[in-house]
Write a protein that binds this ligand. Structure first.
Ligand SMILES: [Zn+2]
Ligand SMILES: [Zn+2]
Length: 269
């Protein structure tokens, strides 16, 4: 995999780059082709599809319904290679990525399997704390006690730290995802955990994303929070704005607001 450096956003060109997007290969609503067409029409210059690749170590939870189906990875990458031939020109580059779930139990094996297939980039994300699906629905969180919430968050941040420390991901996805449904009593309580992950990312020169999907969820703010974003910029961590689009209409959703937030953050740090 080539480093993403040459593609990273700079200076307010908010629609130049969009690397966090899903299609019907995992849990998106648009075909890969529809997503590419929408991105090109929206003025995106470098567009990445990053469908979910989830290999849960608990066999009872496999296959995960919102992941690319087991055995279908080569076909996914072949389809994206075909779309590169159709869509790529001097103004548009399609990249074939994956959003990979990090698990301590199997990350080495999972990543070794992906090396053989050579995707263009990998987003390292955490959607599970043990068997608990972090971003599935508010009801899952409602059923947790305060201690349960704390335990999920602790596991989440440890796994994100593992994802950063393994040094194998091109960028880290949606930091602070556990706030999604608004069940954190005090998000600030997790700042020390976030700082550990940011230190690890900074030490390895791994970018994080500014994921704009959170603005449209119950938490009403991007991932990560402005506070964590400020900490990231103070460590000179590069930031890639991503939509986490699951349909063609969303490939640059909230990008202008994200670019504004980044500029404000950089001005005030
Ligand atoms: Zn995700
Ligand atoms: Zn995603």
């Amino acid at each position: 995999m080539e480093p993403l450096e040459k593609y990273i956003d700079g200076g307010g060109k908010e629609a130049v780059l969009s690397l966090h997007n899903h299609s019907v290969w995992s849990d998106g609503a648009g075909t890969a082709e529809e997503m590419c067409r929408a991105a090109k029409e929206a003025g995106v210059r470098v567009f990445g599809l990053s469908d979910h690749w989830v290999v849960h170590p608990d066999p009872e939870l496999m296959p995960v319904s919102w992941s690319i189906a087991p055995g279908k990875l080569p076909a996914y990458l072949e389809e994206l290679a075909r779309l590169k031939d159709i869509f790529n020109d001097e103004n548009f580059t399609l990249l074939a990525g994956l959003e990979v779930d990090f698990f301590f139990e199997n990350f080495e094996e999972v990543l070794a399997g992906l090396d053989r297939l050579q995707p263009d980039y990998l987003i390292g994300s955490v959607h599970y704390a043990g068997r608990f699906p972090i971003d599935n629905c508010a009801g899952d969180w409602k059923a947790l006690s305060a201690d349960g919430i704390r335990a999920v968050c602790e596991t989440y941040w440890n796994k994100m730290l593992g994802a950063a420390e393994c040094g194998r991901f091109s960028l880290l996805g949606h930091l602070d995802l556990p706030k999604k449904f608004g069940f954190l009593p005090d998000p600030g309580a997790y700042l020390p955990d976030a700082r550990r992950v940011l230190d690890a990312a900074a030490a390895r020169n791994i970018p994080i994303e500014l994921n704009t999907a959170g603005w449209s969820k119950e938490c009403r703010e991007p991932y990560p929070s402005p506070e964590i974003l400020r900490e990231a910029r103070a460590r000179n961590i590069r930031v890639i704005i991503g939509a986490d689009a699951h349909c063609p209409q969303h490939v640059t959703r909230n990008f202008a607001a994200a670019a504004r937030l980044l500029r404000e953050t950089d001005r005030t740090r």
